[in-house]
Design a protein around this ligand. Structure first.
Ligand SMILES: Nc1ncnc2c1ncn2[C@@H]1O[C@H](COP(=O)(O)OP(=O)(O)OP(=O)(O)O)[C@@H](O)[C@H]1O
Ligand SMILES: [Mg+2]
Length: 316
C-alpha cells in the first residue's frame, strides 16, 4: 500500500462484560476512502472513539500520521477531523455561531477563523441559513453542519460515523457527494455505515465489521469474490395462513439451497446454481400451496457477502 496515514493494531475495547471491539487491525492509505460496514452494535462507533482519542483502548494501539492514539492524543487530534454519530451542535446558537465556537475550540482566530467559517457554510450549503438557530434546522441540515464543523481546522483525515442515518434522500445525496468531492481534493476518509449501498458507492476499500471483529476486508470486487459462485435469489410469496417461518422450514428441506433468510417480508436464498435450484423451489412451494409473487436473481453485492460470511442479513 501507499504510505498509510492510519495503522490500527489489535484494538480491543471492553465495557464491563461487553467485548465491544475484539482485536481490530487495518490500515488506510493517504487519499483513500475506507468504510467500516457493519450492523448495529458491531463496534463501529467504539472503534472510531478509540481512533479519535475519545476513549482509550483496553489493548492495542493505532498510529495516525505517525502519532500514537494512546501516547500522543493531542497531536492526533490536530490532524484528524471528527463527525460524530450523535450531532454535536448547540441548538440555541445559529449555524455561524456554532462554527465560530468550534473553530475557536480548534485554535482558529481572526481572519483565518472567518475564512474557514465562510467555507464551512458553503460546504454545508447553508449560506442562506447562516444566521438561523440550529434548533430550527432539519435533520439533514444539522448533519451537513456537523460535517462542516469536522472540517474547520483542515484535517488530514476525516472520521465520519454513520453521517446519513435518519435524513431525507436529498441531504443524503448531498453528503455522499461532499465526501467524494473532499476525497477528490485529497482528503482521506474513514466512513462507517450499515448501508451497503453507501459503502459500495464511496469506498476504495471496505472492512466488514461484526461482533467487534473485522471479518473481511478488501475492494468491492475482492469482497464479492468471496461469495464465489454462490447465487442469490430474492423472492416474495403469498403463503395464505402460513407465516414466513413455515415457508422457510419448507425451503430448508431443499438440499440445493445453501442459505435461507427473511428480510422485510422477502425471502433471500443462496444456491451454488440458481438454475438448478429454482425448479425445485417452485415445485416444493407449489406442493405446499405457497404462491410465488416475485422472484429475482441478484448480482453478488455486499449484502450477499455479509450473508455468506455470517449467515445473517446485514439489515435488521
Ligand atoms: N459506553 C458503553 N458502555 C457499555 N457498552 C457499550 C458502550 N459503548 C458501546 N457499548 C456496546 O458495545 C457494542 C458496540 O457498540 P458500538 O456503538 O460501537 O456499535 P456500532 O457498530 O457503532 O452500532 P450502531 O450502528 O448502532 O451505531 C454494543 O454492544 C454496545 O452496546
Ligand atoms: Mg455507532
Amino acid at each position: 500500500m501507499k504510505e498509510p496515514i492510519l495503522q490500527a493494531r489489535d484494538l480491543h475495547k471492553t465495557f464491563g462484560d461487553v467485548k465491544a471491539v475484539q482485536g481490530i487491525s487495518f490500515q488506510i492509505a493517504r487519499g483513500e476512502i475506507y468504510s467500516l460496514l457493519g450492523p448495529n452494535g458491531a463496534g463501529k462507533t467504539t472503534t472510531i472513539s478509540m481512533l479519535t482519542g475519545l476513549i482509550r483502548p483496553t489493548r492495542g494501539d493505532a498510529l495516525i500520521g505517525g502519532y500514537s492514539i494512546t501516547r500522543d492524543v493531542q497531536r492526533v487530534k490536530e490532524i484528524i477531523g471528527v463527525v460524530p454519530q450523535e450531532i454535536a451542535l448547540y441548538p440555541s446558537l445559529t449555524a455561524r455561531e456554532n462554527l465560530r465556537f468550534w473553530g475557536k475550540m480548534y485554535g482558529l482566530s481572526g481572519k483565518k477563523l472567518g475564512e474557514q467559517v465562510t467555507a464551512a457554510l458553503e460546504l454545508a450549503g447553508l449560506q442562506n441559513r447562516a444566521d438561523d438557530k440550529v434548533q430550527n434546522f432539519s435533520g439533514g441540515m444539522k448533519r451537513r453542519l456537523n460535517i462542516a464543523v469536522g472540517l474547520l481546522h483542515e484535517p488530514q483525515i476525516l472520521f465520519m460515523d454513520e453521517p446519513t442515518v435518519g435524513i431525507d434522500p436529498q441531504s443524503r445525496r448531498r453528503i455522499l457527494d461532499t465526501v467524494k468531492m473532499l476525497n477528490e481534493q485529497g482528503m482521506t476518509v474513514l466512513y462507517t455505515t450499515h448501508y451497503m449501498e453507501e459503502a459500495e458507492e464511496l469506498s476504495h476499500r471496505i472492512g466488514i465489521i461484526d461482533h467487534g471483529r473485522l471479518i473481511a476486508e478488501g475492494t468491492l470486487a475482492e469482497l464479492t469474490q468471496l461469495v464465489g459462485q454462490m447465487e442469490t435469489m430474492r423472492l416474495s410469496v403469498e403463503a395464505g395462513t402460513k407465516d414466513l417461518t413455515e415457508v422457510m422450514a419448507i425451503l430448508h428441506q431443499i438440499p440445493e439451497l445453501h442459505n435461507i433468510f427473511s428480510e422485510n417480508g422477502h425471502l433471500i436464498i443462496q444456491a451454488q446454481d440458481a438454475n438448478a435450484a429454482l425448479p425445485v423451489v417452485i415445485s416444493q412451494l407449489g406442493q405446499t400451496r405457497v404462491a410465488i409473487k416475485s422472484l429475482s436473481i441478484q448480482e453478488p453485492d455486499l449484502e450477499a457477502v455479509f450473508l455468506h460470511l455470517t449467515g445473517r442479513a446485514l439489515r435488521d
